[in-house]
Each structure stands twice: as C-alpha cells, then as structure tokens.
Write a protein that binds this ligand. Structure first.
Ligand code: ATP
Ligand code: MG
Length: 434
C-alpha cells in the first residue's frame, strides 16, 4: 500500500524526536529478537506536529523479560503495573518510559485497569485494544535502524487528516467494555479540535448509562483534564450536547442543566478548583447541588476547599476601594486575583471589566504597601492583649478580630500604641456593659 505523505514525514520526525536512551533500548530489544514500539500518544502527537509529552512503548517481551533486558543495559525498572504488563523503565537522566507487554484486554469493571489481560506479544492485538484510531498507531524500527515505520491498522493517520475521533472496532462494544472511553473521546476531541465520528457519537447515546458504573476517581480525572485544558469550553459543551454532563458531575440523570453561554472557562486561570467553581456557577447550581458535585468528584481536600472558597464569591462584596481590596485579600488571600477574574467572568455584583481592572490595581497596591490583612500581621499579639488585661479565652480572639477590622479600615492604626489604646477602649466598653 502506498504510504501517505503524513506517514512518511511522521516516520522521519519520530526518529528525530525519539529520546536517544529510548532509541538505544529499542535497538537493544531488536538485537535480542524482540520489538519495542513507541505507541499511542507519542505517535499521534508527532503526526500532528506536536511535541509528545511522554513516550509509551509496547513490547513483545513478557514483563519479566522486559525487566531482564533492561537490567542487562543497567537500567532500573519499577513494576508499576506488572499484572497488566507495565513496567516503568528509568533512564540515567531520570526520564522514564512505560513499557507494556503487547496484550489483549479482558473486561473492564470499575477500576483503572481491565479485570484480566492476556499477554500475546503481538502488536496487532495491542493496537486493537486501544480506544481510538488516532491513539492506535505504533512505530517500528525499520531494517536500517535509522528510521521508523508506522503501523496504522485502523487508518489513524487518515482520521488525523480528517480531524476525527473514531473508536477502534465497534464503538458500542468498546464503550460497553469501558464507558470511560466516552469521556476520553470528549477530552481528545476538545483538546485536538477534532469532531467525534458519527457512529462513535451515536454509540455514546446507547452506552452512556455505563458511566454510572465507572469509579468516580477515573471520571473525576477525565473531567479535570477537560476543565483545565485550553479547550475547556468546547469539552464542556460536548458533554452537554452528548447529554453526559450530569452523570459526569454525579448529578441525577434527569437534572436539567443549562450552561450560561456568556461564561468562558478558558478565560480563567487553568487551575481545577477555579474552573470547577466557574462551571458550577455557570450552571447556576444551588448550594446543596454544588456540594454534591464537589463530594461526588472525590477530589483532594485542598482542591475541594479551594473550590468552595471560590464558590463563596457569590456572596462576597466587590467594593472597588482600598478597603474593599483589603477585605478581599483578608478573605481570599492568594486566591484574590483568581476570585476577581471569576467575579468578572460571571458578572457577580455587576462587576465589569473596568471595575475588575481597578480592583486588581488596588489589590496589587495593597500587597506592595504590605497592608495588614491577617491577625498575625497585627502589631499586637494575643499574649500582648492578655498582658493589657483582656481576659483569657474567647475575648482575646474577639478583640483581635475587632482590631483587624479597624486596621483594614485604617491601615495607619497598626502600631502597638494605637492598638493598645483601642484595646483599652474595647475593655472599658465591655466591662461597662457587663
Ligand atoms: P495524553 O497525551 O493525554 O497522555 P495519551 O494518548 O498518551 O494522551 P493516555 O491516557 O496516556 O493517553 O493513554 C495512553 C494510550 O493508552 C492511549 O493513547 C490509548 O492508546 C491507550 N488507552 C488509554 N486508556 C485507554 C482505555 N480506557 N481504553 C483503551 N485504550 C486506552
Ligand atoms: Mg499519555
């Protein structure tokens, strides 16, 4: 078969881009009658003229033999997924490559990996188990040892040219085996700017109920990758169009969801808590539902907490003044800039671009001036207050907070003398009122 120009240029580019240590490994495997094929994302990305962010290889060796051949080269291996045939090879410069024995997959249940796999050592089997045609290409070192040959059994190169995400084999079968592939289709379509092939898209409608069975951690990880990408808006739009945003967020299937069309997630910094909060707000979910979404995504506590902090922007005051800027800094700390961006994007408190720009300026000014915005920056500590006669216990905290509130109104009050004066007044006032 005549090779397309795209395949010919990719073969050359892959060889040039292949890390030298990996090339040595591939040649060494060949010298022992085995093959090691760069596969999946690195072939796809090189074909698209993008730099691969990691290199995975499929190997014809059993996992034990992979370890053995690597040891002969003095390379360390880590048995990261030995039951599924994956060992991580560590090169002298600490870069790593995942080497997976060519295999067929048994059924996927709700875990990250299929229940059982069969090591066949055949690249054809390995490519057939992969999800999409664009992800199912491998590169084989050619006879000269100075170039690769692309193995493209499912017309992945042609789908790259047509900008299409198409399942390998029968999409309905493939999504029934592992419904997470539906979210992967969305992620790749959004990220690469591709369309989902009609048959593959139609299969989504028939199989998406399977997403309920997928572990929330796997779903959450796909959603996080969609939300934090440059193409977050396209990805979320696709989830809505495919009718799977609700199940992805862990909401009831019949929950009607409407995105606020004027909210652009990608205009916000790409951190997950911020983008997730923006999505929740764009969907106008109430507090309970927002909580349910955050819980259901099983995110690390720090991420959930930060997301909730951003959600509290809905009740924050965006007064455009030096005091307003200090109040925001007190409540939101390092997240203040992101918070203003979020408020601007969602027009909270009618915050428009000009007011947001003024607020950024006031916040930066306050940072540069070293304004006191926290209890520990006050010129007096809790111990100082006790020495001044404030009774131990709750009264100390209350007095400190009152002082901070005053200092936020008038930063020049943050001196020991002036705060001590104020404490005296607070004490006198409360003793008179006792
Ligand atoms: P990325 O650039 O996002 O890492 P990738 O193509 O390397 O893209 P991975 O999720 O790292 O994607 O997976 C590596 C390869 O493993 C994929 O290209 C695909 O061939 C295969 N793969 C991963 N997950 C699945 C799955 N659930 N079903 C079938 N094949 C999969
Ligand atoms: Mg990858």
């Amino acid at each position: 078969m005549k090779k397309s120009a795209l395949i010919l240029t990719t073969e050359k580019r892959l060889f040039e881009a292949c890390p030298p240590f990996l090339l040595s490994l591939i040649r060494f495997f060949a010298a022992h009658g085995e093959r090691a094929y760069p596969v999946g994302g690195c072939v796809r990305d090189t074909m698209m003229g993008r730099e691969p962010h990691d290199w995975d290889i499929a190997v014809t060796t059993s996992p034990d033999r992979t370890v053995e051949l690597c040891a002969m080269l003095g390379l360390k291996t880590v048995p990261t997924g030995i039951a599924h045939g994956t060992v991580t090879v560590v090169f002298p410069d600490k870069s790593t490559v995942e080497a997976t024995t060519c295999r067929t997959d048994g059924e996927y249940n709700d875990s990250r990996h299929p229940e059982n796999v069969t090591f066949t050592g055949k690249i054809e089997d390995d490519l057939s188990r992969r999800d999409f045609t664009v992800n199912a290409m491998a590169a084989d070192l050619d006879g000269t040892g100075r170039s690769f040959e692309i193995i493209d059994l499912f017309d992945g190169a042609s789908d790259i040219e047509k900008k299409i995400i198409r399942a390998v084999g029968d999409p309905e079968v493939r999504f029934t085996e592992d419904a997470l592939r539906i979210l992967r289709a969305v992620r790749f379509a959004a990220r690469l700017g591709f369309e989902i092939h009609r048959d593959t898209e139609e299969a989504v409608a028939k199989t998406h109920h399977g997403l309920h069975k997928i572990s929330r951690e796997r779903v959450s990880s796909e959603l996080a990758q969609i939300l934090t990408s440059d193409s977050a808006d396209g990805g979320i739009r696709l989830l809505v169009d495919l009718n799977i945003l609700g199940v992805t967020l862990g909401l009831d299937a019949d929950e009607p969801l409407r995105l606020n069309p004027s909210v652009q997630l990608s205009s916000l910094d790409s951190t997950l808590p911020l983008r997730l909060a923006a999505l929740i707000m764009s969907l106008d979910l109430d507090g309970d539902k927002a909580d349910a979404v955050i819980e259901s995504l099983k995110l690390p506590t720090a991420v959930s907490d930060e997301c909730r902090l951003y959600l509290s922007a809905q009740t924050a005051d965006f007064e455009v003044s030096p005091v307003g800027a200090r109040r925001l800094r007190k409540a939101f700390g390092d997240s203040t800039y992101n918070l203003i961006a979020l408020a601007e994007e969602l027009s909270l408190c009618n915050l428009d671009s000009a007011s947001a720009a003024q607020l950024y300026h006031l916040v930066a000014r306050s940072e540069i001036d070293g304004d006191c915005i926290s209890l520990r920056q006050l010129a007096l500590s809790g111990d100082d207050l006790i020495t001044l006669g404030v009774p131990r216990g709750r009264a100390v905290g209350e007095a400190l907070n009152t002082l901070l509130e005053q200092v936020i109104l008038r930063p020049e009050l943050n001196t020991r003398e002036q705060l001590a004066d104020m404490v005296e007044k607070i004490c006198n006032y409360s003793s008179k009122n006792e």
